[in-house]
Design a protein around this ligand. Structure first.
Ligand code: COA
Length: 389
């Protein structure tokens, strides 16, 4: 039985800040951000692109009316929840017009939650060959103006349609998750921004990766030469590279080293221009690999998911022949290329308004794509969404 990702799409807001400009404004050598952290541009959120709007925007163009009838579960993975009780999946289900007899809920474990969501979907679908599950990861990565994490912010959403006979990626039956109680990054209830132990968060990520990979390799008798490419959770592009380099030891042959390194470059191309999208970072990297790297049907990909706190998981998937036809590479490149650069000053204004939920549609919808969903107003603490005509 083959189950996996049948459709895959992402959405990012239409504003970004140049990392060299941000570095200058912070009196930092630009190469620290461009090379040391490995980020070139960073998505900036308009106030009206919350996790519901972005999540619906990621999914809206990939679902047919027939699929909306077949979807019986909608899962939203996020760590930017806008409500402690009501799940964003319920609002997204409504905006997308999915048939009503569906389970809708939110999942949380920092940047990891989309991975248990797709595995849950896979298990759920085993006995339901005609149904489909929509998994969405949607986040606004925010650390605060002039904070240590500021250069690793970003925003965006990924939508994945999980089904039988998938046309992009077949999920294999192998995976190893590793859990460790560590305070590397966390956001106590009521805090606007996460608390982060920067150096510890890098070490905890690498440790989790090594534990997951080593156990996976042992349990399933796999080595790096079995993988065409590896995709990582990418809070910033240098992070996954460090993890990858940590296992490219002297015993690994040069061909494997070169292949995995080249794959990593292409798998982080989009991330470099978007920044951190928390739960979606691994899956943005997957899209980047699929759209910017040569792959063949049957190729095996290794995926490492990580959520601070922490849970890591290594699992594998097989590329389906003809997967290219299921991707809209041109639309993705246009979406990225047509974004508008904002100055550091403008970014700071967006950031403060986002914190205070100060909607300003004239500014926030400038240059936005027609047809997108946006948060229109909040009345009596209820969020109302509209579509841009
Ligand atoms: N040219 C090139 N590289 C430079 C540089 C320069 N002029 N100046 C510094 N660097 C390098 C550093 O050597 C370092 O590289 P290394 O990690 O390979 O040693 C890198 O830039 C970052 O420098 P560092 O001093 O660690 O930066 P920082 O103290 O500002 O913190 C983060 C960086 C990522 C820890 C911080 O932005 C953060 O906390 N982010 C949020 C948490 C996060 O994403 N964690 C990841 C796991 S989920």
């Amino acid at each position: 039985m083959s189950i996996g990702i049948d459709k895959l799409n992402f959405y990012v807001p239409q504003f970004y800040v140049d990392m060299a400009e941000l570095a200058k404004a912070r009196d930092v050598d630009p190469n620290k951000f461009l090379i040391g952290i490995g980020q070139t541009e960073m998505a900036v959120s308009p106030v009206n692109q919350d996790i519901v709007a972005m999540g619906a925007n990621a999914a809206k163009d990939i679902l047919t009316e027939e699929e909306k009838e077949q979807i019986t579960m909608v899962i939203v993975a996020t760590e930017s929840a806008i409500d402690s009780a009501k799940a964003a999946a319920v609002q997204i289900h409504n905006l997308l017009g999915i048939q009503p007899f569906a389970r809708c809920f939110e999942m949380k474990e920092a940047c990891y939650a989309a991975t248990p969501a797709i595995h849950l979907a896979k298990d759920y679908l085993q006995s339901r060959p005609k149904e489909k599950v929509l998994v969405i990861s949607s986040d606004t990565a925010r650390y605060g103006i002039q904070s240590g994490g500021e250069p690793t912010q970003g925003a965006g959403a990924i939508a994945m349609l999980i089904s039988h006979e998938p046309r992009i990626l077949e999920l294999a039956d192998d995976s190893v998750a590793f859990t460790e109680d560590v305070y590397d990054f966390w956001r106590p209830t009521g805090h606007k921004y996460p608390l982060v132990a920067g150096a510890l968060s890098k070490d905890a990520y690498i440790h989790s990766f090594q534990e997951s990979w080593n156990e996976y390799a042992k349990r399933y008798d796999r080595s790096l030469s079995d993988f065409t490419s590896l995709c990582f959770h990418v809070p910033f592009t240098k992070m996954g590279r460090k993890a990858l380099n940590s296992i490219l030891t002297d015993e690994i042959d040069d061909e494997t080293k070169e292949r995995l390194t080249e794959g990593y470059d292409n798998a982080t191309y989009y991330n470099r221009y978007v920044g951190n999208v928390y739960t979606g970072s691994l899956y943005l990297s997957l899209i980047s690999l699929l759209e910017n790297h040569h792959l063949d049907g049957g190729d095996t990909l290794g995926l490492f998911s990580y959520g601070s706190g922490s849970v890591g998981e290594f699992f594998s998937a097989k590329v389906v022949d003809g997967y290219e036809e299921m991707l809209d590479t041109k639309a993705h490149q246009t979406m990225l290329n047509q974004r508008r650069e904002v100055s550091v000053e403008e970014y700071e204004t967006f950031f403060k308004r986002f914190d205070n939920l100060e909607l300003d549609h004239d500014t926030d919808l400038a240059g936005a794509q027609k047809g997108i969903f946006y948060l229109d107003k909040i009345e009596d603490d209820i969020r109302y969404y509209s579509t841009l005509n």
